[in-house]
Design a protein around this ligand. Sequence first.
Ligand code: ADP
Ligand code: MG
Length: 357
Amino acid sequence: VGGYCPVQKGDTFHGRYRAVHKLGAGYFSTVWLCQDTVEKRHVAVKVAKGGQSFAEAAQDEISLLQCVRTFPACTPESLQAVRDSLTVLHVCLVFELLGPSLRCLMRSHGAQGLPLPFVKKALQQVLAGLQFLHGSCRIIHADIKPENILLRVDEESLQKLLHETVAWSRSTDLGLKKPAGILASQSARCSIMKMGVKIADLGSACWTYKPLAKEIQTQPYRALEVLLGLEYSTPADVWSTACLAFEMVTGECLFEPRAGKYFSRDDDHVARIIELLGRIPPEIAFSWKQKSKFFSSQGALLRISRLFPCSLYNTLTDRYNWTNHEAASFTSFLLPMLEYTPAKRTTAVKCLQHPWL
Ligand code: ADP
Ligand code: MG
């Protein structure tokens, strides 16, 4: 109870889904590659952890996913579709099987960032997914990051991937290291990158009219308003998408906050945002009741006094050696997504119309 569901290879859920291999694990769940013995295909089954709160979280995820499914005709391709849900002690969600995450792709690709044509196409798909979640479903995803964007993989690559995964899981007893998989070869990566991506994991999502958690999103991708404890809504996803875009393009996190001896990770995060994007206007810095958490009454940061400002444009030209033209065009795409005031921040719909894409 309260822990991961003790699934083992060969276990069958609901007399139908046979566990083949573990695909991943997050805060709420483990995800298993399963054989659907009825439809004779592979699926991904997300098994919630035990205990009341995890079961409730999984039920919330089911109702959000059901909402996404109510408009089948206009649901974009780029949203992961749920096929089935069942409860056998633990709540289980059955999904179409997808490939590795953008995190895996970036890792296998080295430090230099992904090819621009792929980045632009993937971002278009993520933004189209968000446009639908935000506009039609009134859902805030609340955890956009590379781990939650999964690659769509064609049948042939999927079979190859399954073969390697299963071969590897047999060899782990011999202490062999996990192979880099089909993503290790340049040509396989190229063919996978032609396929596109899907947004997964509505596990942290919520309705726009009922934001529940005080703290959403994974730290480096967390929007300013969330960091400051202000009200948040769909613009928070747009901020995270900007962080995702920068990381795909450069191979490095836009913000990588770290705690120091005298300041917290949040302090460092706010400082790095100011270094890149400039002063936070008082109406935002002081719109929070406990305003003393980050700022003095003069508007200075309380625990970090030395800042090293560097604009996004200069970061791209100096650190990544972009040409002036490339830097200007990407900056004009990215900065409106990082607008401090959520109401003034650009939207997924507007991003999709930006010429950079
Ligand atoms: P959590 O809420 O626990 O983070 P996710 O839905 O993000 O759960 O799933 C955790 C991991 O499992 C993902 O990062 C991914 O590696 C893998 N995964 C999830 N869904 C699928 C799927 N449909 N196909 C393949 N792998 C998946
Ligand atoms: Mg996840």
